[in-house]
Design a protein around this ligand. Structure first.
Ligand SMILES: [Mg+2]
Length: 110
């Protein structure tokens, strides 16, 4: 995917998901969010056991913390395109707002 923009990447991911049959019927948005979250949970488990590098399992499937983070992004990008969300615009808008916020957003610890 190299030098693709965020939106180009998101659309390529959604096109792939459609080709693979994941959008032949309407999908429940709550389920899509839960599936993205499941990848974060897998990332947390990898973190807990120190699998912080990507490795290939017996089926050549990428596994490990970085791969789970990536898959979460893939699922979110697929979902965003399906719902008509312009991710680039939303990220730019949110970061423009964040840039104006005070250091640690006024004293938050996390
Ligand atoms: Mg996973």
């Amino acid at each position: 995917m190299g030098e693709m923009t965020i939106n180009e990447t998101a659309h390529a991911i959604h096109d792939w998901a459609k080709r693979k049959g994941w959008w032949e019927s309407d999908r429940n948005t709550g389920e899509l969010l839960a599936l993205a979250h499941s990848e974060l949970s897998e990332a947390l488990e990898d973190y807990r056991i120190g699998k912080m590098d990507t490795y290939l399992d017996d089926n050549n499937k990428p596994c490990g913390f970085p791969s789970e983070i990536a898959y979460c992004m893939i699922r979110l990008m697929d979902t965003a395109v399906a719902l008509g969300i312009n991710l680039e615009h939303e990220i730019e808008q949110k970061m423009a707002y964040n840039e104006k916020r005070p250091y640690r957003h006024g004293g938050k610890v996390a």
